[in-house]
Design a protein around this ligand. Structure first.
Ligand code: HSE
Length: 309
């Protein structure tokens, strides 16, 4: 095989209480990436969208991830990559991770699956670091593994796949850009022990709620007093979206990754659609463009052309 097309999914990181450790993959939106093996060494990138992302592989997230992989195989081949991004950069649903993960999963297939998933996650994180100026894998892990994941440690990388019930997801993406690196700089370097206790209690409860399918416990665990109060100041109408979504029946939710997207979890698709209508009503008068997705958790991670998407 000399060429492959993959569809890496958007992801929601943090999941309110699990800053830098929890994340899940979405069915929609997904990027499209076509990768070819070339005799010419290095990585050549073409963008088939209008986002103006760099084509220089050393400044491109997918390029950096592929160059890390090429270093590991002593540049025995080169790659040519075409990227069509549907996941808008800076939207808070793991756009950079999708680029990095899609590239390394495609490359590994063309190289006859020589790397473990953890090794692929490491390559992808090298790319992700370009965007976020921090080492975290809470978008990379669910994009690569699918489903709901917990990153127990980044050094060494330790990824736990979580059990989860079927739940619906609504995401509103206001068309403003929040750079992850900026949203990380705002956060406190230290937190009071009491806040830590509350956070890790919620993470434990959320993991248990997912495994048991206990949606009431899940709703109670979606709480955060460390990151959300600081970052929500970057997102117009955050409180109104949350209040109206809960009124419409959402279990809970909050900032997706570093924002500006806001996600809400619901018991089923019809509630998720009511939540979408509530979000729409809040933003309709705001003068800010927005997209809303009603979707579900993608349990496979990256999909391949030829498979149903
Ligand atoms: N955990 C990261 C952050 C995710 O919140 O900064 C970025 O998408």
């Amino acid at each position: 095989m000399n060429e492959i097309t993959v569809f890496p999914p958007a992801t929601v990181a943090n999941v309110v209480c699990g800053f830098d450790c929890l994340g899940f993959a979405l069915d929609d939106p997904v990027d499209a990436m076509t990768l070819r093996l070339t005799d010419e060494k290095g990585v050549r990138i073409t963008h088939l969208d209008d986002y103006g992302l760099p084509a220089d592989p050393e400044r491109n997230i997918a390029g950096v991830a592929l160059l890390a992989m090429l270093d590991a195989i002593h540049h025995e081949t080169g790659f040519e990559l075409e990227i069509t991004k549907k996941i808008k950069p800076g939207s808070g649903v793991g756009s950079s991770s999708a680029s990095a993960v899609g590239a390394v999963v495609a490359a590994d297939k063309l190289l006859n699956e020589r790397f473990s998933r953890l090794e692929l996650a490491e390559f992808a994180m090298r790319g992700e670091q370009v965007a976020s100026a921090g080492r975290h894998a809470d978008n990379v892990a669910p994009c690569l593994y699918g489903g709901f994941t917990l990153v127990r440690s980044v050094d060494p990388l330790d990824i736990v796949e979580l059990e989860f019930p079927e739940i619906a997801v609504t995401v509103i993406h206001p068309q403003i850009e929040v750079k992850t690196a900026d949203a990380r700089r705002m956060l406190p370097a230290e937190i009071p022990l009491k806040s830590g206790v509350r956070a890790w209690s919620n993470v434990g409860a959320l993991v248990a709620a997912l495994a048991k399918g206990d949606l009431e416990l899940l709703a109670r665990s979606l709480e955060d007093a460390i990151v959300e109060p600081v970052r929500k100041t970057l997102i117009p109408h955050f409180d109104a979206v949350k209040t109206e979504s809960l009124r419409a029946g959402a279990l809970g939710g909050g900032i997706s990754g570093s924002g500006p997207s806001i996600f809400m979890l619901s018991e089923n698709q019809s509630t998720a659609r009511r939540v979408a209508a509530a979000m729409d009503a809040v933003y309709a008068e705001s003068g800010i463009d927005f997209n809303i997705y009603v979707t579900k958790i993608n349990s496979e991670g990256v999909k391949f052309a030829g498979a149903e998407i």
